[in-house]
Design a protein around this ligand. Structure first.
Ligand SMILES: [Zn+2]
Length: 310
Protein backbone atom coordinates (compact mmCIF):
# COMPACT_ATOMS: atom_id res chain seq x y z
CA UNK A 1 0.00 0.00 0.00
CA UNK A 2 1.18 3.51 -0.85
CA UNK A 3 0.47 6.66 1.17
CA UNK A 4 0.89 10.34 0.35
CA UNK A 5 -0.18 12.37 3.39
CA UNK A 6 -0.64 16.14 3.10
CA UNK A 7 -0.42 17.06 6.76
CA UNK A 8 1.05 15.99 10.09
CA UNK A 9 2.49 17.79 13.12
CA UNK A 10 4.94 15.01 13.96
CA UNK A 11 8.13 17.06 13.53
CA UNK A 12 6.76 19.80 15.78
CA UNK A 13 5.93 17.12 18.39
CA UNK A 14 9.39 15.55 18.00
CA UNK A 15 10.94 18.97 18.61
CA UNK A 16 8.83 19.96 21.61
CA UNK A 17 8.81 16.50 23.22
CA UNK A 18 12.40 15.66 22.24
CA UNK A 19 11.39 12.49 20.38
CA UNK A 20 12.97 10.72 17.41
CA UNK A 21 11.31 10.27 14.03
CA UNK A 22 12.69 6.73 13.59
CA UNK A 23 10.92 5.20 16.56
CA UNK A 24 8.57 6.88 19.01
CA UNK A 25 5.14 6.64 20.63
CA UNK A 26 3.62 9.28 18.31
CA UNK A 27 1.13 8.72 15.45
CA UNK A 28 3.96 8.69 12.92
CA UNK A 29 7.38 7.06 13.03
CA UNK A 30 9.53 5.71 10.21
CA UNK A 31 9.38 2.31 11.88
CA UNK A 32 5.57 2.29 11.85
CA UNK A 33 5.60 3.32 8.16
CA UNK A 34 7.82 0.39 7.12
CA UNK A 35 4.87 -1.65 5.82
CA UNK A 36 4.16 1.02 3.19
CA UNK A 37 5.63 0.32 -0.27
CA UNK A 38 5.82 4.07 -0.97
CA UNK A 39 5.32 6.96 1.46
CA UNK A 40 5.46 10.70 0.85
CA UNK A 41 4.83 12.85 3.93
CA UNK A 42 4.38 16.58 4.29
CA UNK A 43 5.86 17.57 7.67
CA UNK A 44 4.54 20.85 9.07
CA UNK A 45 6.33 23.29 11.29
CA UNK A 46 3.33 24.37 13.38
CA UNK A 47 3.35 28.03 14.44
CA UNK A 48 1.50 29.45 17.46
CA UNK A 49 -0.91 32.22 16.39
CA UNK A 50 0.35 34.86 18.75
CA UNK A 51 4.09 34.75 17.95
CA UNK A 52 5.39 37.84 16.18
CA UNK A 53 8.71 39.12 14.84
CA UNK A 54 11.87 37.69 16.40
CA UNK A 55 9.96 35.33 18.68
CA UNK A 56 8.20 33.74 15.66
CA UNK A 57 11.49 33.44 13.73
CA UNK A 58 13.31 31.86 16.68
CA UNK A 59 10.53 29.37 17.35
CA UNK A 60 10.50 28.46 13.63
CA UNK A 61 14.28 27.90 13.64
CA UNK A 62 14.03 25.51 16.62
CA UNK A 63 11.54 23.23 14.88
CA UNK A 64 13.39 23.55 11.55
CA UNK A 65 16.57 22.42 13.31
CA UNK A 66 14.76 19.28 14.52
CA UNK A 67 13.43 18.60 11.00
CA UNK A 68 16.93 18.79 9.49
CA UNK A 69 18.45 16.77 12.29
CA UNK A 70 15.86 13.97 11.96
CA UNK A 71 16.11 13.96 8.13
CA UNK A 72 19.92 13.70 8.34
CA UNK A 73 19.84 10.93 10.94
CA UNK A 74 17.46 8.88 8.79
CA UNK A 75 18.71 9.80 5.33
CA UNK A 76 19.12 6.17 4.31
CA UNK A 77 15.38 5.71 4.82
CA UNK A 78 13.77 9.06 4.01
CA UNK A 79 14.82 11.90 1.68
CA UNK A 80 14.13 15.59 2.16
CA UNK A 81 12.61 16.61 -1.19
CA UNK A 82 12.22 20.11 -2.62
CA UNK A 83 11.62 19.35 -6.32
CA UNK A 84 9.51 16.92 -8.32
CA UNK A 85 12.72 15.23 -9.48
CA UNK A 86 13.84 14.62 -5.91
CA UNK A 87 10.48 13.05 -5.07
CA UNK A 88 10.75 10.74 -8.10
CA UNK A 89 14.36 9.84 -7.22
CA UNK A 90 13.49 9.05 -3.60
CA UNK A 91 10.66 6.75 -4.67
CA UNK A 92 12.79 5.09 -7.39
CA UNK A 93 15.56 4.36 -4.91
CA UNK A 94 13.10 2.75 -2.50
CA UNK A 95 13.19 5.56 0.05
CA UNK A 96 10.40 7.46 1.71
CA UNK A 97 10.04 11.13 0.72
CA UNK A 98 9.50 14.15 2.93
CA UNK A 99 8.38 17.69 2.05
CA UNK A 100 8.69 20.56 4.53
CA UNK A 101 5.68 22.82 5.14
CA UNK A 102 4.68 25.59 7.54
CA UNK A 103 1.34 25.73 9.33
CA UNK A 104 0.72 29.36 10.23
CA UNK A 105 1.85 32.48 8.36
CA UNK A 106 3.25 33.99 11.56
CA UNK A 107 6.48 32.25 10.45
CA UNK A 108 6.79 34.97 7.77
CA UNK A 109 6.82 37.60 10.53
CA UNK A 110 5.28 40.25 8.27
CA UNK A 111 8.40 40.34 6.06
CA UNK A 112 8.07 39.41 2.36
CA UNK A 113 11.80 38.62 2.19
CA UNK A 114 11.24 35.77 4.62
CA UNK A 115 9.17 33.97 1.98
CA UNK A 116 12.33 33.82 -0.15
CA UNK A 117 14.22 32.49 2.87
CA UNK A 118 11.58 29.82 3.56
CA UNK A 119 11.74 28.72 -0.08
CA UNK A 120 15.54 28.62 0.04
CA UNK A 121 15.57 26.27 3.04
CA UNK A 122 13.06 23.93 1.38
CA UNK A 123 9.57 24.97 2.49
CA UNK A 124 7.22 24.08 -0.38
CA UNK A 125 3.77 24.67 1.13
CA UNK A 126 2.43 27.27 3.56
CA UNK A 127 -0.85 26.96 5.45
CA UNK A 128 -1.67 30.67 5.66
CA UNK A 129 -3.14 30.63 9.17
CA UNK A 130 -3.77 28.39 12.13
CA UNK A 131 -7.01 29.03 14.04
CA UNK A 132 -6.40 32.70 14.85
CA UNK A 133 -5.11 35.78 13.06
CA UNK A 134 -1.68 36.73 11.79
CA UNK A 135 -0.14 39.34 9.47
CA UNK A 136 -1.49 37.52 6.39
CA UNK A 137 -5.07 36.55 7.18
CA UNK A 138 -7.58 35.33 9.78
CA UNK A 139 -8.23 31.73 10.74
CA UNK A 140 -11.74 30.32 10.89
CA UNK A 141 -11.85 30.60 14.71
CA UNK A 142 -10.81 34.28 14.73
CA UNK A 143 -13.43 36.94 15.53
CA UNK A 144 -12.08 38.93 12.58
CA UNK A 145 -14.08 37.74 9.58
CA UNK A 146 -12.24 39.82 6.98
CA UNK A 147 -10.15 38.26 4.22
CA UNK A 148 -6.46 38.53 3.37
CA UNK A 149 -4.65 41.70 4.41
CA UNK A 150 -2.90 43.62 1.64
CA UNK A 151 0.37 42.17 2.96
CA UNK A 152 -1.30 38.74 2.82
CA UNK A 153 -2.20 39.22 -0.85
CA UNK A 154 1.39 40.23 -1.65
CA UNK A 155 2.61 37.21 0.32
CA UNK A 156 0.41 34.83 -1.70
CA UNK A 157 1.59 36.42 -4.98
CA UNK A 158 5.20 35.92 -3.89
CA UNK A 159 4.50 32.28 -2.95
CA UNK A 160 2.99 31.75 -6.42
CA UNK A 161 6.07 33.34 -8.04
CA UNK A 162 8.49 31.17 -6.06
CA UNK A 163 6.54 27.92 -6.37
CA UNK A 164 5.33 27.61 -2.77
CA UNK A 165 1.91 25.96 -2.64
CA UNK A 166 -0.79 27.86 -0.73
CA UNK A 167 -2.95 25.93 1.74
CA UNK A 168 -6.36 27.21 2.88
CA UNK A 169 -7.03 24.73 5.70
CA UNK A 170 -7.83 26.73 8.89
CA UNK A 171 -8.53 29.91 6.88
CA UNK A 172 -11.85 31.78 7.28
CA UNK A 173 -14.35 31.99 4.40
CA UNK A 174 -13.38 35.49 3.20
CA UNK A 175 -9.72 34.41 3.11
CA UNK A 176 -10.64 31.29 1.14
CA UNK A 177 -12.29 33.35 -1.59
CA UNK A 178 -9.38 35.81 -1.70
CA UNK A 179 -6.96 32.91 -2.24
CA UNK A 180 -9.28 31.43 -4.89
CA UNK A 181 -9.24 34.77 -6.76
CA UNK A 182 -5.44 35.17 -6.52
CA UNK A 183 -5.06 31.58 -7.61
CA UNK A 184 -7.26 32.17 -10.65
CA UNK A 185 -5.21 35.28 -11.55
CA UNK A 186 -1.89 33.43 -11.38
CA UNK A 187 -3.07 30.05 -12.70
CA UNK A 188 -1.55 28.32 -9.64
CA UNK A 189 -3.81 25.79 -7.93
CA UNK A 190 -4.27 25.86 -4.15
CA UNK A 191 -4.99 23.09 -1.68
CA UNK A 192 -6.78 22.36 1.59
CA UNK A 193 -4.34 19.94 3.21
CA UNK A 194 -6.49 18.78 6.14
CA UNK A 195 -10.18 19.72 5.82
CA UNK A 196 -13.36 17.63 5.49
CA UNK A 197 -16.87 18.23 4.17
CA UNK A 198 -19.12 20.67 6.03
CA UNK A 199 -22.14 18.88 4.48
CA UNK A 200 -21.28 15.68 6.41
CA UNK A 201 -19.98 17.42 9.56
CA UNK A 202 -20.95 21.10 9.99
CA UNK A 203 -17.78 22.69 11.38
CA UNK A 204 -15.98 25.91 10.51
CA UNK A 205 -12.84 23.87 9.77
CA UNK A 206 -14.62 21.91 7.04
CA UNK A 207 -15.31 22.96 3.44
CA UNK A 208 -18.71 23.83 1.98
CA UNK A 209 -19.83 22.16 -1.24
CA UNK A 210 -19.15 25.43 -3.05
CA UNK A 211 -15.59 25.55 -1.72
CA UNK A 212 -15.02 21.89 -2.64
CA UNK A 213 -16.26 22.64 -6.17
CA UNK A 214 -13.89 25.60 -6.49
CA UNK A 215 -10.91 23.45 -5.44
CA UNK A 216 -11.96 20.74 -7.94
CA UNK A 217 -12.24 23.29 -10.78
CA UNK A 218 -8.96 24.88 -9.76
CA UNK A 219 -7.05 21.56 -9.96
CA UNK A 220 -6.17 21.54 -6.26
CA UNK A 221 -6.26 18.90 -3.53
CA UNK A 222 -8.34 18.25 -0.42
CA UNK A 223 -6.73 16.14 2.31
CA UNK A 224 -9.13 14.08 4.46
CA UNK A 225 -8.58 14.92 8.16
CA UNK A 226 -8.83 12.10 10.72
CA UNK A 227 -9.58 14.35 13.74
CA UNK A 228 -12.82 12.81 15.04
CA UNK A 229 -14.40 16.24 15.66
CA UNK A 230 -13.99 17.21 12.00
CA UNK A 231 -15.04 13.72 10.91
CA UNK A 232 -18.19 14.12 13.04
CA UNK A 233 -18.03 10.75 14.83
CA UNK A 234 -15.43 8.34 16.16
CA UNK A 235 -15.95 6.08 13.17
CA UNK A 236 -14.20 4.83 10.07
CA UNK A 237 -17.59 4.85 8.37
CA UNK A 238 -17.86 8.61 8.83
CA UNK A 239 -14.47 9.08 7.18
CA UNK A 240 -15.90 7.07 4.28
CA UNK A 241 -18.98 9.36 4.22
CA UNK A 242 -16.81 12.47 3.71
CA UNK A 243 -15.00 10.72 0.87
CA UNK A 244 -18.22 9.40 -0.68
CA UNK A 245 -19.78 12.87 -0.54
CA UNK A 246 -16.76 14.52 -2.16
CA UNK A 247 -16.73 11.80 -4.85
CA UNK A 248 -20.39 12.61 -5.54
CA UNK A 249 -19.28 16.20 -6.22
CA UNK A 250 -16.72 14.95 -8.77
CA UNK A 251 -13.61 15.06 -6.57
CA UNK A 252 -12.09 11.75 -7.68
CA UNK A 253 -8.92 13.54 -8.84
CA UNK A 254 -8.92 15.97 -5.90
CA UNK A 255 -9.25 13.90 -2.72
CA UNK A 256 -6.07 12.98 -0.85
CA UNK A 257 -5.17 12.10 2.74
CA UNK A 258 -4.43 14.85 5.27
CA UNK A 259 -4.27 12.79 8.45
CA UNK A 260 -3.44 15.59 10.93
CA UNK A 261 -1.44 12.93 12.79
CA UNK A 262 0.18 14.23 15.97
CA UNK A 263 -1.98 17.35 15.77
CA UNK A 264 -5.28 15.86 16.84
CA UNK A 265 -7.19 13.04 18.49
CA UNK A 266 -7.97 10.77 15.56
CA UNK A 267 -10.81 8.36 15.03
CA UNK A 268 -9.83 5.54 17.44
CA UNK A 269 -9.47 2.88 14.74
CA UNK A 270 -7.06 5.11 12.79
CA UNK A 271 -4.75 6.10 15.60
CA UNK A 272 -1.50 6.15 13.65
CA UNK A 273 0.20 5.61 10.33
CA UNK A 274 0.42 1.87 11.06
CA UNK A 275 -3.43 1.77 11.00
CA UNK A 276 -3.97 3.44 7.62
CA UNK A 277 -4.48 0.07 5.94
CA UNK A 278 -7.69 -0.27 7.99
CA UNK A 279 -9.15 2.77 6.21
CA UNK A 280 -7.84 1.53 2.85
CA UNK A 281 -9.55 -1.84 3.33
CA UNK A 282 -12.72 -0.19 4.66
CA UNK A 283 -13.09 2.00 1.55
CA UNK A 284 -12.70 -1.09 -0.66
CA UNK A 285 -15.30 -2.93 1.44
CA UNK A 286 -17.71 -0.03 0.75
CA UNK A 287 -17.26 -0.64 -2.98
CA UNK A 288 -15.08 2.29 -3.83
CA UNK A 289 -13.04 1.08 -6.81
CA UNK A 290 -9.43 0.19 -6.04
CA UNK A 291 -8.09 2.70 -8.54
CA UNK A 292 -10.07 5.47 -6.80
CA UNK A 293 -8.86 4.36 -3.35
CA UNK A 294 -5.29 4.33 -4.68
CA UNK A 295 -5.82 7.81 -6.11
CA UNK A 296 -7.03 9.08 -2.72
CA UNK A 297 -4.20 7.41 -0.79
CA UNK A 298 -1.42 8.36 -3.18
CA UNK A 299 -1.82 9.11 -6.88
CA UNK A 300 -3.78 12.38 -6.73
CA UNK A 301 -1.29 14.06 -4.41
CA UNK A 302 1.70 12.51 -6.21
CA UNK A 303 0.53 13.83 -9.59
CA UNK A 304 -0.18 17.26 -8.10
CA UNK A 305 3.27 17.63 -6.52
CA UNK A 306 5.08 16.27 -9.59
CA UNK A 307 3.21 18.85 -11.72
CA UNK A 308 3.43 21.78 -9.31
CA UNK A 309 6.91 21.60 -7.82
CA UNK A 310 9.64 22.79 -10.17
ZN1 LIG B 1 -4.02 22.08 11.46
Amino acid sequence: MKLFDLHCDTITECSIENKKLLKNDLHISIKDAQYLSEWVQLFAIWMPDDYRGEQACQYFENIYHTYNEQMNKNKKLISKCTTSKEIEQAIQSGKFASILTVEGGSAIAGDLDRIGYLHEIGVRLVTLTWNGSNEIANGCMSRDESGLTSFGKDAVRKMHDLGIIVDVSHLNDAGFYDVAKLSQDSGKPFVATHSNSDFICAHKRNLTNEQINIIIENGGLIGINLFWQFVGADSCDFVYRHIYHMLSLGAQNTIAMGSDFDGCTTVTQLSGIDKMHILYDYLLSRNIEQKVVDAIFFDNAYNFFINNLS
